[in-house]
Design a protein around this ligand. Structure first.
Ligand SMILES: [Zn+2]
Length: 284
């Protein structure tokens, strides 16, 4: 029995090794210039248990133009704040008309696994290192303007909600309208840095390091954090967290695990959607 188990284990390890070895070429190239994909979901049509009825909202072309203008500012802000430790190379924007119909309970944010077909199709079009998802979720989002530190298929994800007609960041003093996008992307960098250096400070630990107020929307704090300045006591972002691999193909095993995870999460979220429908039906 032990021998059979040993042979099986060896076979599994061998398959894993060969699939990783087979997908290791061509050689990926390290870079700190990230490619960012922004998906703007124009429509939301959802039922959530903690809000009355069905909630429908949308964004128009003016909103899309404004969002593209503001989001694009991270191309200037990221190298400026990081002292060129990181930059943004390519920024692609796609609008999605298909409504968001299912949200995750709790924060009421978009479930990446329910929209995996959309995400996969657009991720396949480029070599992306970060993805920003924007949707008109202001009526349903539970206390958040943006969420970060999440990943989908090894690509970091930020979610930002927007309300039609909202002039995002226009009242900022000094002007830093893209602060929300920088903040959520920094959560992704925080996640990456923690994997390399577990004692990396939390992005929300600004007060601990002498940055108690948000007078400049935390630009000075982000600067110290990204550059690991002396006031960080070595707990700022590890520069390796900025390094992404260009042209790296995921191994077969990694893809398989992610596919299983996607199926599992999709089933869970559809069960929760069914539950929401039942709750809604009995309330009204
Ligand atoms: Zn945050």
């Amino acid at each position: 029995m032990k021998r059979i188990l040993a042979i099986l284990l060896a076979a599994v390890l061998a398959i894993g090794f060969f699939s990783i070895a087979a997908s290791a070429s061509p050689e990926p190239k390290p870079t700190t210039a990230w490619n960012v994909l922004t998906l703007i979901f124009l429509n939301v049509d959802v039922i959530v248990p903690d809000r009355p009825g069905r909630i429908i909202d949308s964004l128009n072309q003016d909103d899309v133009n404004h969002l593209i203008e503001v989001t694009s500012m991270i191309k200037e802000s990221i190298p400026s704040i990081s002292g060129s430790l990181m930059s943004i190379d390519q920024m692609d924007f796609v609008t999605i008309a298909e409504p968001i119909r299912v949200l995750n309970a709790g924060w009421n944010h978009m479930n990446h696994y329910v929209i995996s077909d959309i995400l996969d199709a657009h991720l396949a079009a480029g070599d992306y290192d970060h993805m920003i998802l924007i949707a008109p979720l202001s009526q349903v989002a539970n206390g958040w303007l943006g969420l970060g530190g999440m990943a989908y298929r090894n690509v970091g994800v930020s979610q930002v909600q927007h309300r039609s007609g909202n002039t995002l960041g226009a009242a900022s003093e000094p002007p830093f309208p893209d602060a929300i996008f920088v903040h959520e992307m920094l959560h992704d960098i925080e996640r990456r840095s923690r994997a390399i250096k577990p004692n990396t400070a939390s992005l929300h630990d600004n007060a601990l390091f002498g940055f108690p107020t948000a007078a400049d929307e935390w630009r000075a704090w982000y600067t110290a954090y990204m550059r690991n300045s002396p006031e960080m006591n070595g707990r700022g972002i590890d520069p390796q967290a900025y390094v992404v691999q260009r042209g790296a193909a995921p191994s077969t095993i990694t893809t398989l695990i992610q596919d299983i995870n996607i199926i599992f999460q999709t089933v869970l979220s559809w069960l929760s959607y069914g539950f929401n429908l039942v709750v809604w039906f009995f309330r009204f």
